[in-house]
Design a protein around this ligand. Sequence first.
Ligand code: EPU
Length: 262
Amino acid sequence: MLAKSKRDLSAAVRIAHEHALQTTIIGFAANSLVSDAGVDGLVILNRADRIHFMPDYLVEADSGTNLATLARRAAKQGFGGLEFLIGIPGTVGAAVFGNTGTRQQWISEVVERVELLGENGKSRWIEARRLTFSYRASELQGGNDVVLSAVLRGHAREHAEIEARMQDYLGLRKNQPGGSSGGSVFKNPPGDFAGRLIEACGLKGEQKGGAEISPMHANFIVNKKEATASDIRYLIELARAKVKERFSILLEEEIKYLGKWS
Ligand code: EPU
């Protein structure tokens, strides 16, 4: 179902709990791989996207808000600090859940507090520091709380400087392939880069069915032509195995698997 507001989202989650339905909430599913076997239960497409600017360079954004839209709206207000969100395909809820970011900055650095819907159907605000964020991770990943909205902090900045910074951030993604992909497949291991390691194993351009390890950036797998999720999974396992064999480093997925996987 489609949730167009926080109210829709809360109502859908509550109904799903009442009927003991498994629930999957997706924003853009930009960093996800959906199983060929589909997803059981209720899938909620989160389009709750109200943005509310407050005094003192605070902004509250619903969890379905597009990060790039938020960055652009902030820019118009002379609200600096959110420029890094411009190139990230995703929503505020998913970003908080997975501590999305660039190599330079993570969303945890600008989140003040988060509104959560608990399993008891009640919403509550919690201070962001209580979510124990780390690289591409938050405490939310171990639980069933749903992000309804988040308050982010920025600061005053000249419009021209905000624009220039946004262009710089977009520039950092110039080595990333266009077309369909799930973004970075693996997290970077400490002190190294998944893309570098996979490339060093000679896997750029490796194909399975309609999927290909991108010749542009080896930590991206592109759906060239009707790839199945199993094609993509095959390449993920291949890359993990080769990097383990050659470098004794076990790569961990950044992408999330949705639906039924054996
Ligand atoms: N590299 C290679 N071969 C490749 C790809 C990269 O040798 O095929 C090398 C590059 O030359 C560079 C290093 O690896 O020295 C890092 O590459 P890059 O600058 O592309 O950054 P990244 O670590 O691969 C991270 C984020 C991206 C984010 C960029 C820019 C992770 C897993 N990925 O990529 O985030 O856009 O920095 O800030 O942290 C995402 O999370 O989905 C994502 C796209």
